[in-house]
Every structure is written in C-alpha cells, then in structure tokens.
Design a protein around this ligand. Structure first.
Ligand code: SF4
Ligand code: SF4
Length: 328
C-alpha cells in the first residue's frame, strides 16, 4: 500500500504525460486528455467504456474493387494510455464486456495498451446501486491500481504488475502499516451497509418463458421512447453496427455503437424484424441484462452506475423492471 500526498497528484499526472497518453475525468460530462483540469466529485456521464469501444473504430481497410483483399486495421497508439479516475463500477463494466469480447482482437488491443487507475467513491451517488449488483468498489476488478482518498492523501492499492511498474516512477511513499487497516475497515463498513440485491438470486433460477410472457411488459414499456439514451450511456452495453465507408476506390470498414432499442437494430435483410414493437425491444434490453447474461455468466450485465435512471427522458426506473421480473 502506498500514499500519494494530495498536492502531488497533479504534478504526477503531468510527469506521467511525458511517457504515456494520460486521460482523466475533465468535467461531469466525461474523460479527456489531461491538461490540468480534473473532475473527481463523482462519476461522469460517459464512462471509461469509450476507451475500449470507441464511438468510431476502423477495423478494416480495403480497395473497392472485386477480388481485393482487405487488411485489418489495429489501434496502435504511439504511447500506452493511462486513464486515471475510473470509478470501480465502470472498471467492472469493462470486465463484463470483456467476457463477450475476449476473442475480439480490436477490443483486446485497446485493453493491452490501456492502464486503468481507479478511484473509490467515498459515498455512492444519488442513483448508484453498484453493491446491489455485486460490485465491491474496494476490490478494484478490472483496474491496475486503486486510489482511496483520505485526509492526508490517496492510499494506493496496486493490483497488477503494470500498475506496480507505473507507480514506481511516482512521488509515492510506502504507507504505514495502519494504512492497510484503514483501507480494510473502509471496505468492511461499506460492505456491511450495502448488500447484493436478493432479486438477482431469484432471477438466476427463474423460468425465462414465464418472465418473457409476463403481462407487465406492456405497462412498463409504455413511456419508453426507444431513444437509446440508456444504452449509449450504459458502461456495460456493447451492441455495435458495422458499416463500409468508401471514397473513390479506397474503403474502410468501421464499427460504431448501436442500440438494441432502435427498430433498425434487429431488422433482418429480408425486412423481417423479430423485435418490431417497442415493447419487444424494451423487454429484450432487460432480459439480456438480467436473465440471458446472468444465466450465461453468473453475473448481471449491469454495474449499478445509475446512469440509465438519471438520464432516461421518460423516467423509467430500472428497479421497477427488476422487481417485476423477480416476482413472476
Ligand atoms: S432512456 Fe428511457 S426512454 Fe430512452 S430508450 Fe432507454 S428506457 Fe426508453
Ligand atoms: S443498466 Fe443502468 S445502472 Fe446498470 S450499468 Fe447500465 S446504465 Fe448503469
């Protein structure tokens, strides 16, 4: 366990920027390159997911002529990237996406080139419920190091070899024995006050067909505008579209985020759409998160960040849906 004095944080980040590309939360909106501004009051609207599934990623380049062989385009930054100030729930979100993208070379390349440094939230935000989804903010899943803000400075727990190497260069002091105790106590207190939602256990064993056919979906989905805000902001949603962009004889294939809430997302080339109605798309989003993924991987596809509840223009609350699903 190490200690970073509070006033040394900014100088350390600047120093890091000579060897790495350094990103930080710059405002409540999201992350950006470190240029002296830091927003550490709470989570940002956009999560760290965009470092792994960016808004536009070139994956192939090709000559637009018959018989031409396409070449994969891999993300190759000049320097490795460090992202500081990642909230533990968002880092956990990256690990959930990774279960699905574990053989995806584009995702993996980004993972390889990016170090994640987390920051424990001292108090959960208004809509946060990560603990209910089984996220322990002190465990640091998906992170290379975890920072806990204290009176004198940040207590730093190193979680990977890469994290250790990175921190060797900094103004870190070996923390006193009592520091580990402070960290452990903070974790114990948090876990004693915040427990996993029993609804998830019920959903694990529940009958999928019964939930699928339940009559509450129409009423719950009625206010939904199918706007996709919840899916684009969610740190665990990973649906994407692939499009070819051709200019003259040069083309690139790009991968872009897509939302299962949109009608076009599930429309087949034949014109048939198995999720033509808004209620079918709404149901699919929740079944994916709290049934299909839970059954397949043992964890829900949700880290309880609360962004969907905070930003939904129709006021849809995820807990109302989970409650309904778990009482079938
Ligand atoms: S943000 Fe709300 S209204 Fe928009 S798609 Fe999601 S649930 Fe529906
Ligand atoms: S479903 Fe909502 S609460 Fe859960 S991770 Fe996504 S945005 Fe956060």
């Amino acid at each position: 366990m190490y200690l970073l004095p509070k006033k040394a944080l900014k100088d350390w980040l600047l120093k890091l920027a000579s060897d790495y590309e350094v990103f930080v939360p710059r405002s409540p909106e999201g992350f950006g390159p470190y240029e002296g501004e830091l927003y550490l009051k709470g989570k940002t609207k956009l999560s760290a997911k965009e470092f792994f599934l960016p808004w536009r990623e070139e994956i192939l380049s090709f000559e637009a002529r018959p018989g031409a062989i396409p070449s994969p385009v891999f993300f190759e930054p000049e320097r490795e990237r460090v992202v500081f100030g990642v909230r533990p729930c968002d880092a956990k979100g990256v690990t959930l996406i990774e279960k699905v993208f574990q053989h995806d070379p584009f995702f993996q390349k980004r993972r390889e080139k990016t170090l994640l440094l987390g920051l424990v939230c001292r108090e959960p935000g208004r809509e946060c419920f990560g603990w209910a989804m089984g996220v322990n903010p002190f465990a640091g899943e998906g992170l290379d190091a975890l920072f806990l803000e204290g009176e004198e400075g940040y207590l730093v727990k190193l979680l990977t070899e890469r994290g250790r190497k990175l921190l060797e260069s900094g103004p870190f002091e070996e923390a006193e024995e009592t520091a580990s105790e402070v960290f452990r106590r903070a974790e114990e207190e948090f876990l004693a006050r915040h427990q996993k939602a029993p609804a998830l256990e019920k959903l694990k064993g529940a009958d999928l067909l019964k939930i699928y056919e339940a009559d509450f979906w129409e009423a719950l989905a009625l206010p939904c505008l199918n706007c996709g805000t919840c899916t684009f902001l969610c740190p665990t949603c990973y649906c994407f579209d692939v499009q070819d962009e051709v200019v003259g004889t040069e083309g690139v294939r790009v991968r872009l985020p897509e939302a299962c809430m949109f009608e076009i997302y599930s429309r087949h080339a034949s014109g048939h759409n198995p999720r033509r109605s808004p209620v079918a798309r709404f149901r699919n989003r929740f079944l994916h998160k709290f049934k299909y993924f839970l059954d397949q991987y043992g964890e829900p596809l949700c880290v309880g960040c609360g962004r969907c509840n905070e930003e939904c223009p129709a006021g849809i609350n995820l807990w109302e849906v989970i409650r309904a699903m778990s009482t079938v």
